[in-house]
Design a protein around this ligand. Sequence first.
Ligand code: C5P
Length: 219
Amino acid sequence: VAPVIAIDGPSGSGKGTLSQMLASRLGYHLLDSGALYRLVALAALNKKQELDDESGLARIAAALDVRFETDGQSTRIFLDGNHVSDAIRTEDVGMAASKVAAYPAVRDALLARQRGFAQIPGLVADGRDMGTTVFPDAEHKIFLTASAEARADRRCKQLSAKGIFVNRDEVIRDIQARDERDINRSVSPLKPAIDAVVIDSTRMTIDEVFAAMLDIVRR
Ligand code: C5P
């Protein structure tokens, strides 16, 4: 079986960037499981599916027609043949994703699809429940975290680099609302697996976190 490295943590912890860096460095496949929840949300919004209809959302999740095209550095995502890499990254879709992700039937519908990403030579799996639910036998488990303020500042910086200026307090509130939903949901809540190594990156640079991660996976 292919080795799996599970990277979990809250929104804005740097998981996405660091998981991509780690996958590139190791030559592994990458699973961006958050993108799957975002795709379910986008498909539901496109189909005018109510976001409180669990079985309707689970049907959308099970039937999701998605393609990930990767060149080893970045990934292009297609939904029903349309390029949606940017469309799934909006705040609205992120908030809707965090709502649909709270439904057990939606999570169930995505489980086998996520496990299918574990292929030779290996997989870096980025999400909230990679080490606890999807890949409980992962070779390495890392839980990345940082204070809500630090995560909000990184998010504001990312957005301002794109010419988008947002209110810091609003971003902090959004992050806290999303954390709350992720931590308190009934299935696969956000928490470190008992055998995960926790890295708090509040006072670390991205290069320092990456070095710490390489250290862990080479142990
Ligand atoms: O990581 P990202 O922000 O793209 O994830 C979008 C949403 O999907 C999160 O807010 C979270 O609620 C949900 N999610 C999840 N389990 C995962 C990955 C993401 O519940 N493994």
